[in-house]
Design a protein around this ligand. Sequence first.
Ligand code: HEC
Length: 170
Amino acid sequence: MFKVLLLCAAAFAQPKGRPASPAEIAPRDITVFADGRGLPPGKGRASEGAAIYKSKCAECHNDRGEGREGQYPPIAGGIGSLTSTKPRKTVGSYWPYATTVFDYIRRAMPFDHPRTLSTNEVYAVTAFVLHLNGITALDEELSEKTLPKVAMPNRDGFVPDKRPDIRSKR
Ligand code: HEC
């Protein structure tokens, strides 16, 4: 028993491997914060994103972001519905930051081929999704500078939990 313990201690004491190199970290280090920190330089308009959306997103999210009932979520519409008896959570009705939409699309979409869009394509298709929600104009250019300034409809819809046992801070 004692011998086994000693062997375990030895295994922990000698870390194997090497630190990851900057070149290995870079492709994984893609977090974009709500305030826009971490956004890569690039740009795109909804008018350019329309074609990307049509060929790479519409089969699941439908032509105008309405989703496919019971299969794929809607990503447009539902603005103002969250306090109704039929809340419809979408990018437009729910998501508080456009920067997070960019981050999500870049890391996770298209669902069946994530991380295949170029940076400018992600800006363009994000712009198109925002446009489908009536948030940005078709010809408005979004970039690492302008995306954090986009005002999302539900930006102030999140409130701190008031229950006494929840110690959330703002
Ligand atoms: C093969 C089907 C498929 C394709 C193609 C696809 N998506 Fe999705 N998408 C999904 C699924 C499934 C989810 C939900 C994933 C989850 O909740 O984990 C989703 C979620 C999303 C969401 C978040 C919805 C929410 O409010 O939670 C966004 C935004 C989105 N997709 C955008 C896109 C864009 C933009 C494209 C094209 C570049 C795309 N998707 C292509 C299936 C797809």
